[in-house]
Design a protein around this ligand. Structure first.
Ligand SMILES: C[S@@+](CC[C@H](N)C(=O)[O-])C[C@H]1O[C@@H](n2cnc3c(N)ncnc32)[C@H](O)[C@@H]1O
Length: 276
């Protein structure tokens, strides 16, 4: 089969799977298999695929049709200009989280920040990116064994020097930090069943389930954070688009807060600076 026909067949095959973007994904999959960029596919559309590549292509399309996220199939995702390994059982990096990096970098630029703790690091995208982008000591923790394994792979892959610790929230954390950051599980339990199939059936509940009201982890982290923050330190959270008001209420006793929006103009990050 030639490239042009493979792309056309792929488009038709995925067209009813509403959670896919058939045009973009068929091109991406084929370009990954051939290790060529997408412009190559267009300029070589009459090139014959070998049998093995053709087989791999349709196997991947089959998995996509079942709902397996492309990032798990390819084992990687880009974040803030770097490619991170993504293992099954670990939350897939979201582009929205790049806003967290922008906000954290601004805090580092405008304050004397020496170190940062991340709670719930997943693949390690935030901790590793911050360690590479800024001159900071970064500690990252997660309760999930798969996440710890994944973050360590990415640390090595990207030559980062962050410290990775297995910990249930602050349980195994020592010392004090200038910034504590977390993008904790924040979906209300009853809403998990309504998530799209790719997320609901393939991404780990441990990374999604924020308890009855979605606020379970925020409350736990806020409660203990003051013990682990240096004077006038920052507590920074990624939040769901409808959680800013709840978070402002929960944080106001110990923190002065500011909310930041993402590119879709939805509330996405809250920063709290500890009151003196
Ligand atoms: C929404 S994911 C965020 C992952 C990563 N920071 C990112 O933005 O891609 C939440 C993470 O918190 C971790 N987690 C859940 N409960 C935890 C706990 N009690 N202590 C530490 N981490 C926890 C999950 O395993 C998951 O990796």
């Amino acid at each position: 089969m030639i490239i042009k026909d493979a792309l056309y067949k792929g488009l038709k095959y995925l067209k009813d799977a509403y959670y896919t973007d058939p045009r973009r994904e068929t091109r991406r999959i084929l370009s990954e298999i051939l290790v060529k960029d997408i412009s190559y596919l267009i300029s070589h559309e009459d090139e014959e695929l070998n049998e093995e590549d053709e087989k791999t292509y349709f196997e991947i399309l089959n998995k996509r049709k079942l709902g397996v996220p492309l990032q798990y199939i390819l084992g990687k995702e880009d974040f803030y200009g770097r490619t991170f390994k993504v293992l099954e059982g670990v939350l897939i990096p979201r582009q929205d989280t790049e806003i967290s990096i922008e906000v954290l970098k601004e805090i580092v630029k405008n304050n004397k920040i020496k170190n940062m703790l991340e709670i719930g690091t997943g693949t390690g995208i935030v901790a590793i990116t911050m360690g590479l982008e800024c001159d900071l000591d970064v500690v990252a923790c997660d309760i999930s064994e798969s996440a710890i394994k994944n973050a360590k792979i990415n640390k090595d892959l990207l030559k980062s020097n962050i410290k990775i610790v297995a910990s249930n929230l602050f349980e195994n954390i020592q010392g004090k930090y200038d910034i504590i950051y977390s993008n904790p599980p924040y979906i209300k339990r009853e809403e998990i069943e309504n998530l799209q199939i790719e997320v609901r059936d393939y991404e780990p509940r441990l990374a999604l389930d924020g308890g009855e009201d979605g606020l379970y982890f925020y409350k736990k982290i806020i409660e203990d954070s003051t013990k682990y923050l240096n004077s006038k330190g920052f507590l920074v959270f990624e939040i769901g688009h409808d959680q800013a008001k709840d978070l402002q209420k929960l944080m106001k006793k110990h923190f002065i807060t500011k909310v930041y929006k993402d590119l879709n103009m939805l509330d996405r990050v809250i920063v709290g600076q500890m009151r003196e």
